[in-house]
Design a protein around this ligand. Structure first.
Ligand SMILES: Nc1ncnc2c1ncn2[C@@H]1O[C@H](COP(=O)(O)OP(=O)(O)O)[C@@H](O)[C@H]1O
Ligand SMILES: [Mg+2]
Length: 353
């Protein structure tokens, strides 16, 4: 059987650029060489697209960016081309692509921006389309839509960043009136806990809001939930299925960037330390939210289960979750009976349906 010509895209203009390199390195190492002819396409932090033909290890130390054989390459929106245009010494050539696998996290990669380009190109791609990517990326929009469907979430409010310099007191008074401390202050559009703060005292609100504003032009403030952090992996198109449920044991005050990627001291519990009844509820809500927001391919749906009364509270939906071999999404499928390489095959198959 002919090999599938697969473009794996990594890096990106995003605060999660480095996380993408880690996810992509794992994926590249686990793709079957018999099934796929892989083209490694890197996007620098400045937004330059390069076809990289060096070793996978070059992603982890950043060496890929200066590899001598790199050539500029880009994806044209022209659907009669269906491939990557490579620019070599003044000439262009086209590498036809059967499927694109974007391994990009956060802005410009997980928010529908690049998905729009894929849709125009006519090339099948892994994961959610423009609309559901954008909706799930924006925590304020996700909250609003899921509230309409009676899916329980933390009490929250949101505001545009440019309101803060002119109406700081009004905003802070609303936070105090509507939410109990501690609260979590977050950029609406970010990920990997970048720009997220836990605020225990009113005096610390300004600093947290200014931090969130550096990442996005919308800020979400939520009441802190006391309980366990639970994650569920969903896979499929219209007939999506949920995995076994996992739990994060954060080693810091909350599951922050360092805890996720630097310290390596947070723990994953698979299965989560919750009752089968609660786990079943998590799975049901995960699939319901996934379908409601129009997801396809994959998403990791994150929850809290409250300490006192075991309520299931949806936190967020990640349409391109972390994908290293020790990340929760692939680990959950492995525990459900689908090993990493087969999970990749399934995602690529789903892209074509
Ligand atoms: N409402 C909340 N209650 C308790 N902890 C929270 C809340 N919101 C966020 N957190 C903590 O902050 C972390 C990052 O927040 P999250 O909303 O998941 O943003 P990101 O998209 O950056 O992962 C969560 O994993 C959790 O540890
Ligand atoms: Mg999160």
């Amino acid at each position: 059987m002919a090999k599938i010509s697969l473009g794996v895209i990594f890096g990106g203009v995003s605060s999660e650029h480095e996380v993408s390199l880690m996810s992509a390195a794992s994926i590249l190492e686990n793709l079957s060489a018999e099934k796929y002819c892989v083209y490694q396409i890197g996007i620098t932090k400045e937004g330059k697209w390069l076809l990289y033909s060096g070793p996978v290890s070059g992603l982890l130390d950043g060496a890929w960016e200066t590899h001598p054989q790199n050539v500029p390459a880009f994806l044209p929106p022209d659907s009669s081309i269906k491939g990557l245009v490579v620019l070599e010494e003044g000439n262009s050539r086209v590498i036809p692509l059967d499927v694109i696998f974007p391994v990009l996290h956060g802005k410009n990669g997980e928010d529908g921006t690049i998905q729009g380009l894929f849709q125009l190109s006519g090339i099948p791609f892994v994961g959610c389309r423009t609309h559901s990517s954008a909706v799930c990326m924006d925590k304020a929009v996700t909250h609003s839509l899921l509230s309409c469907a009676n899916i329980e979430q933390a009490h929250y409010l949101w505001f545009y960043a440019d309101r803060f310099p002119v109406a700081a007191d009004t905003i802070k008074n609303k936070i105090k009136a509507r939410l109990n401390f501690p609260v979590f202050v977050k950029p609406a559009n970010a990920g990997s806990s970048v720009g997220v703060s836990r605020v225990d005292r009113e005096e610390d609100l300004d600093a947290a809001i200014l931090k969130a504003i550096r990442e996005d032009d919308k800020v979400v403030v939520e009441e802190g939930i006391i309980g366990q952090e639970i994650e569920c992996a969903v896979l499929g198109n219209r007939d999506a299925e949920a995995s076994i449920v996992g739990e994060i044991g954060a080693s810091a005050q909350f599951y922050d960037y360092d805890d996720k990627y630097i310290n390596g001291t947070s723990q994953l519990y698979i299965p989560a330390r919750i009752s089968e009844e609660t786990a079943q509820k998590v799975r049901e809500i995960a699939v319901r939210a996934y379908r409601l927001l129009g997801c396809r391919g994959l998403a990791r749906v994150d929850f809290f289960v409250t300490q006192d009364d075991h309520r299931v509270i949806l936190n967020e939906i990640n349409t391109l979750p972390g994908f290293t071999s020790i990340s929760m999404y692939p680990k959950l499928w492995e525990a459900t009976g689908l090993p990493y390489s087969q999970l990749l095959d399934r995602l690529i198959e789903l892209a074509k349906n």
